[in-house]
Design a protein around this ligand. Sequence first.
Ligand code: FAD
Length: 394
Amino acid sequence: PRGHVVVVGGGFGGATVAKYLRMWSQLGVDVTLVERNPQFISCPISNLVIGGDKTIADITMGYEGLTRNWGVRVLQDTVTSIDAGARKLTLASGAVLSYDRLVLSPGIEFLFDEVPGLESEAARTSILHAWKAGPQTVALRKQLEDMRDGGVYALTIPRAPYRCPPGPYERACLVANYLQKAKPKSKVLVLDANEEITSKKALFTQAFERYKGILEYRPGSELREVDAASRTAILEFDKVRADVLNVVPPQRAGDIAAKSGLKLINKRWVDIDWLSFESVNTPGVHVIGDAIFPAPTMPKSGHMANQHAKVTAAAILNLLAGEAPNPNPVVMNTCYSFVDVKNVIHVASVHQYDAAKKTVLPVSGAGGVSAAANEMEGRYALSWARNIWADMLV
Ligand code: FAD
């Protein structure tokens, strides 16, 4: 097939779809990738940077491999609007691009207006999320280094679905692990809006046991408001004053997906056709990764975004050739979580398209979780990261 595909966002979904469109079309389809940041910084492994075992350089990579090895045209710019009728989009630089098919993988945007006290930029320079890897990852690490021994680190978790279900629990473990060694009088408080741990519950419960005395988990503790000046998390019946307050706000699809007239579910996530990842109301625009309304039990993960990308690349090549997408896609996911700097747990699952329900459902009997945290999986987790980064970018 021939044609021009524009991809918005060079994260787990976007970089992968750009590469695989070139690979599987044998360089026949032209691909332009628009990414606002100069480099890719990985959220997976970023909790180890916050815990102090890795550096930001360890999780930062360039886009040059996509151009050198695959001939993807990479533009560092921001897409500001889409004219889906005319199949054109406009960039912040003023340039206009035409496309035959458009793929959006813009990740998430935070709903700061749902957290009174966090609306202002000023509040958000001291109360960090570090839920997009980058400057905030480094800044949160610095806050922990500067915290006194005997201080309180409080982490708030929004209601599911949010990016990376196990991510907050992994972060709590790694911060507790660091504080146990460096500032043993300190506390980690996990304030979870959900009624229970939303991923790998038994395994994280075991992990939290190991941090007894340092880490306290409080389910059903939804954040109502923040007093940024005193770093206080205001809950329904309680106020928690912290030395380091780390708020993971509620989320929705990235702006370019949420504000371009694509049909949303719950006003947050894009409604797509699971065979092609095409928006249900906007022909020619495909959406993948964290920005979509998830299928049952499907996590918002980098691994999943990588799988969405491959189904979408194949579907677009079929569509450009005048054929229907594969009617029976299967995707899988593995999420590793560090409970300390060496020991890791995983959850894996397989998801298959169900033609009657027109969605993707978990395959029963496939997948599973670790028996217990172990060092072997610690090595696997680092290999998983190196492999998926190479699969996206090299
Ligand atoms: P992203 O990877 O966020 O990419 C979106 C890109 O789009 C960004 O680079 C952004 O700059 C760009 N962009 C957005 N809008 C525009 C625009 N208008 N113009 C130009 N560019 C734009 N997943 C796992 O599988 N395993 C893990 O171990 C894991 N650990 C995690 C740990 C943490 C702490 C966090 C926060 C997440 C973790 N995740 C993990 C989840 C994973 O990071 C996300 O699910 C994944 O990044 C989603 O990919 P995406 O392509 O949808 O979005």
